[in-house]
Design a protein around this ligand. Structure first.
Ligand SMILES: NC(=O)c1ccc[n+]([C@@H]2O[C@H](COP(=O)([O-])OP(=O)(O)OC[C@H]3O[C@@H](n4cnc5c(N)ncnc54)[C@H](O)[C@@H]3O)[C@@H](O)[C@H]2O)c1
Length: 279
């Protein structure tokens, strides 16, 4: 019988998202705002941007951890500041942005990372949980993009990346609200890319699959079954047979924000080891 062979996963060597960082990445000295900076993926992206020479502004609901991150980066010789920010509050977003502009000049880079995950069947989902998910995962992206785009347009320069999820394009049990919120954020970001293209501003999406962060661990995620797949949940496995690390996402974000991606906009990059079989 001609059976498909499944190769074992390669050793889990960590990637350094800032390697090899050739001249021309265009990130050096650029002011970069990162929301959700205190979380797993946000910390990796903020750190990678700082190491690439960007002036990073770490924004998170968890102000204490955002400040710790910025302090650590500053101690390591990078330029970083932090602000506590609830992305669901448009007035707070505008106020924090005004402070960041006064501190570091207009932002050239924005990464929308802040996000919430709630599981549950639709029939058990509360109005409050639905609205909370959408207020962070969709409204938050809108608030940041609107405020930052207003700053970028006069300078006719900028790049925005929104972290959504591969659940935005593949139906998943228990994830209807989360997936719908991520699909909304995806399309919002792509449409914004069209609106801002004439100003030389690019907007792209990264749609990760399972990534080893506090969010995934709190959701009771089982890496072995995610990799192997769960047929009774209509869930395919991960062809590359590994769970992503936050550094994997940071490497892709750095590329999409950099000048090496200067002709790429309105795209969604699925970063899921092939799990969604997406193009
Ligand atoms: N970990 C995964 O497997 C995975 C997979 C696909 C997509 N994602 C997405 O990646 C992003 C980062 O996820 P993570 O795994 O690093 O999660 P995480 O829980 O480690 O980090 C999320 C961060 O967002 C912050 N946040 C939440 N609500 C906020 C608000 N109202 N205002 C400001 N900050 C707020 C949290 O304080 C936290 O620091 C999320 O958008 C998530 O949906 C994660």
């Amino acid at each position: 019988m001609n059976r498909l062979r499944v190769a074992p996963a390669s050793p889990a060597a960590e990637v350094d998202p800032t390697w090899p960082l050739p001249a021309g990445w265009g990130l050096n000295g650029q002011t970069a705002l990162v929301t959700g900076a205190a979380g797993g993926i946000g910390t990796a992206i903020t750190t990678a941007l700082a190491r690439a020479g960007a002036v990073v502004v770490a924004l998170d609901h968890d102000g204490e951890r955002a400040h710790e991150l910025a302090a650590g980066l500053t101690t390591a010789g990078h330029t970083a500041s932090a602000h506590r920010l609830d992305v669901t509050d448009p007035a707070a977003v505008n106020a924090v942005l005004a402070t960041a502009v006064a501190e570091h000049g207009p932002p050239r880079l924005l990464v929308n990372v802040a996000g919430l995950l709630h599981h549950g069947p639709v029939t058990d989902f509360s109005d409050a949980d639905w609205h909370r998910l959408f207020s962070v995962n969709v409204d938050g992206v809108f608030h940041l993009c609107r405020a930052v785009a207003r700053q970028m347009i006069p300078h006719r320069q900028g790049a925005i990346v929104t972290i959504t999820s591969n659940a935005a394009s593949v139906p998943r049990l228990g994830l209807a609200a989360y997936a719908a919120s991520k699909a909304a954020a995806t399309m919002f970001t792509r449409c914004l890319g069209l609106e801002l293209a004439g100003f030389g501003i690019r907007c792209n999406v990264i749609a990760p699959g399972s990534t080893d962060t506090p969010m995934l661990r709190q959701a009771g995620h089982d890496p072995a079954s995610a990799i192997a797949g769960v047929p009774e949940q209509f869930r395919l496995g991960i062809p590359l047979r590994r769970i992503a690390t936050p550094a994997d996402v940071a490497a892709a974000a750095l590329f999409l924000l950099s000048e090496h991606a200067r002709h790429i906009t309105m795209q969604t990059l699925h970063l899921d080891g092939g799990a969604s079989l997406a193009d």
